[in-house]
Design a protein around this ligand. Sequence first.
Ligand code: SF4
Length: 289
Amino acid sequence: MYQSLGELCRKAEEEKKSFWEVVQADDCRERQIPEKTSFAQMKAMYLAMKEADASYDPKLYSRSGLTGRDGGKMQRYVDREETICGPFLGRVMEKALKMGESNACMKRIVAAPTAGACGVVPAVLLAMQETAGYSDEEMTQALYVAAGIGGVIASRAFISGAQGGCQAEVGSASSMAAGAAAFLRGADASAIAHGAAMAMKNLLGLVCDPVAGLVEVPCVKRNVAGAVVALAAADMALAGIRSKIPPDEVIDAMRSVGQDMPVCVRETGEGGLAATPSGERMKDYLTQG
Ligand code: SF4
């Protein structure tokens, strides 16, 4: 697994390969599998995301009752064509909510990179495919791009809220989605890495503060923020804008901010929104009965 986006970009340039091909070659080397097998497995992952989105149940509430039905609400709102952000971003938000709720309702999702942040990458990718008509093969390539970025973040920093706060979960997912979205629109390796960096920069410092320790509040709605930030970062990268801080240094900053974060905002459910009077009330209600 690559430990540096810079190294990954250099490899792509030296070997005149696309970002996704470098990630795929690395996967084949590491797991000793042929390209065909690796691609089939990545495609299956993408199709599982599609399936999870299609099988969203708009009537379902989570066991705690804290989450459910918002994906359906957003869908109806987007259908009425009243959104401020327009139909495309509306669909992205709808899909992010649906996937986050499906996770809270124990339905099958793809952790990308984690279950808590599972809505970000599919919301961006599925909405882009629906809008622009990319093939499943192109989407699989985009998923390699996302996986390559996630792999670097995991090996250079962390991808769990317990280790680095929500910047490590939703922030990493947003980075992955930004790179994948930029790739789909023709960005080269360097622009992909900068898109990923700009998404991460904008979510730096985000704490992990799940109410009652459940991956529901604020997690589901944070997936929306991660997806929207990803698209803004991808657009900046496609416009030729670059992160003033190099991508690998942005990831290092995320690691260092995460290490400095107090334990109460690292998935313990003891700080931030979890510690508000309403958060405490919800927790008491759920634990007492
Ligand atoms: S708040 Fe914590 S548990 Fe929820 S998505 Fe973010 S990192 Fe995961």
